[in-house]
Write a protein that binds this ligand. Structure first.
Ligand code: SAH
Length: 560
């Protein structure tokens, strides 16, 4: 919950806008501001104070405890010009909140934590449990001192400006060894603990067994990603409580699924009780991995719990990101976030240039020239399979005549894939032309480099017969000049020469140009590879210079 506190009429007005925008996430605290701040600080995860920073600092000072548990606090000034992240920038989420509040109120977010101001990923915001000297090592990263990254258990980290050797270390490990003086340990979610328990096994016995198993194997409980067991034990109180205490989800599998897993220590007892010769080992191993702790029983007599520990291979992450047609404000915030999330960027050199300023320091850029599509797709997938966070970029939408399909055709299920849609050329052009796509429409690429012309021609004919609005991608290049006239002639067989045609070159780029002409009037020589051509259907009209394909609303027809 976000507590909202204000003192003045202007503050209350801004406060009410926030409350109206986020009704389920906010609570308004009325009354004297001192009491309101104290109550909100005790009850909420975050506060937005429509007060001067000075006043807020004085009220907060006696309440502040620890940056890992205190609420994040954002101050908004009387004029609503700034949203200042005051305390809890990372742990309390105040930096993020100041951006969100700023976006909503039209205020400038003010963030002063060092890592954010220089674009570094802060070590305490990676979403991984951490131990050790975060402040010291962050300082070293900021100062450009050599910091080594040591990866024992891979996890797709965002970019960090690290070097091969250094007097400071960031170590990605599930091993329990304590952090060195100049070291930060990041705990990847690499361990799965399989558990079995007889009916009524006490929580303390289950938890004690798990902790003992991890301790003896030298593993950190903070790297445990989940507990796993058989469906029949999904509500066994001791197991449920152990998962809660460890703060991890409990995942269950059917007895048949577990019975099919090959394990080193099967036994008769669980086979009789729940229908699989192994619960702990099988549940830990069912999604693959390396068995670090084979089945062991608790030391209680009679022993009522078993467990086994498996290390799963790190899963890389491949984000397929559409950059939009060109203009920065048509690149989505989600695409920008994915570019900053990736430690490896793969793309065509000219697209990389478009977004280089968005990348975090330390991002590894693998760029290649036109024509190297297959190699780019392979590289992106191979990097993700090594456990990296990879962004594969494409202009417009990366799934439209672009890299998403060759990449996903290469990708196996051992990596996570995230797609970020982008504004494709047909949409960018449509918005410039008017409303040409108001009814059913298709896109057709006229490039016969990868598609035989007969196939293209069959599709153009079908679109012509079906009276679809058609947008031609890759319409014409120096070596491919007869395809566009041929395609237009096919459409002209079913549409009047007066049918509107829109031509947009470099949509949303600095040298954007567009014109609306007709099927009879278009000179194909004016079209090149930077262009899309949108041909209207038999109902498309030019109205006030804009291309409009009627949606077919009855009220418009009645008004004619
Ligand atoms: N993935 C891209 C399309 C790649 S195919 C997208 O979704 O937009 C390349 C073709 O797209 C070009 O030949 C051109 O026809 C079209 N195109 C891409 N960007 C364009 C832009 N900004 N303006 C006009 N056409 C564009």
């Amino acid at each position: 919950m976000i507590g909202l506190i204000s003192a003045t009429a202007a503050g209350a007005a801004a406060r009410d806008r926030l409350a109206a925008a986020w009704p389920d996430r906010t609570r308004v605290y009325e009354g004297p501001v001192g009491e309101a701040v104290r109550a909100a600080f005790a009850e909420c995860e975050q506060l937005v104070c429509f007060l001067a920073t000075g006043a807020t600092v004085r009220l907060l000072a006696p309440l502040l405890g620890d940056k890992t548990s205190d609420p994040g606090v954002v101050c908004v000034d009387e004029g609503g010009r700034f949203a200042v992240s005051l305390v809890g920038g990372h742990g309390g989420g105040a930096n993020e909140l100041s951006r969100a509040v700023g976006a909503l109120l039209g205020a400038e977010p003010v963030v002063t934590t060092a890592t954010d101001s220089v674009g570094l990923a802060a070590l305490d915001t990676l979403g991984l449990p951490y131990e050790g000297s975060v402040a010291l090592v962050s300082r070293a990263l900021l100062d450009g001192e050599p910091v080594a990254l040591e990866v024992e258990s891979p996890w797709p980290l965002p970019p960090l400006p690290v070097s091969a050797h250094g007097s400071y270390t960031v170590r990605l490990t599930d091993r329990a060894a304590p952090a060195g003086e100049r070291e930060v340990l990041l705990r990847p979610p690499s361990l799965v603990v399989g558990v079995g328990a007889s009916k009524g096994a006490p929580a303390a016995e289950v938890l004690g067994l798990i902790e003992e198993a991890l301790r003896e194997a030298g593993l950190s409980a903070r790297s445990v990603a989940e507990l796993a067991t058989v469906d029949a034990k999904s509500a066994e109180p001791g197991i449920v409580a152990a998962a809660e205490r460890l703060g991890v989800p409990l995942v269950t599998y059917s007895a048949e699924e577990l019975a099919a897993v090959e394990v080193p220590n099967p036994s008769e007892a669980p086979l009789a009780a729940v229908g699989t010769p192994s619960v702990a080992e099988a549940a830990a191993l069912v999604r693959g991995g390396e068995l670090l702790v084979p089945k062991r029983k608790s030391s209680a007599r009679p022993a009522m719990a078993t467990c086994a520990v498996v290390r799963r291979p790190g899963r890389g992450r491949l984000a397929v990101v559409g950059l939009g047609p060109g203009a920065r404000d048509l690149l989505t915030p989600r695409a920008a976030a994915e570019l900053r999330r990736a430690s490896v960027l793969v793309g065509l050199d000219q697209y990389v240039d478009q977004i280089r300023d968005l990348l975090r320091p330390g991002t590894r850029v693998l760029e290649s020239g036109l024509g190297a599509e297959e190699e780019r797709a392979r590289t992106a997938v191979a990097q993700a399979r090594l456990g990296h966070a990879v962004a594969l970029i494409g202009s417009g939408d990366a799934g439209v005549y672009a890299m998403a399909s060759p990449a996903l055709a290469e990708a196996s299920d051992d990596i996570d894939v995230v797609g970020v849609p982008g504004v494709t050329a047909a949409l960018a052009a449509g918005a410039i032309l008017g409303a040409p796509l108001g009814h059913d429409h298709v896109s057709i690429s006229l490039s016969d480099l990868h598609t035989p012309w007969e196939v293209i021609e069959r599709r153009v004919r079908a679109a012509a017969e079906a009276d679809l609005v058609v947008t031609f991608y890759n319409p014409r290049s120096r070596g491919r000049d007869w395809q566009l006239p041929k395609a237009l002639a096919l459409l002209a067989g079913h549409r009047e020469p007066t049918t509107p045609v829109g031509v947009v070159r470099n949509a949303s780029r600095p040298d954007e140009s567009s014109r609306v002409t007709t099927l009879g009037g278009l000179d194909p020589a004016t079209v090149d590879m930077m262009t899309v051509v949108t041909v209207g259907n038999t109902a498309t009209r030019i109205i006030a210079g804009r291309m409009v394909t009627p949606r077919g609303y009855r009220w418009q027809e009645d008004n004619r």
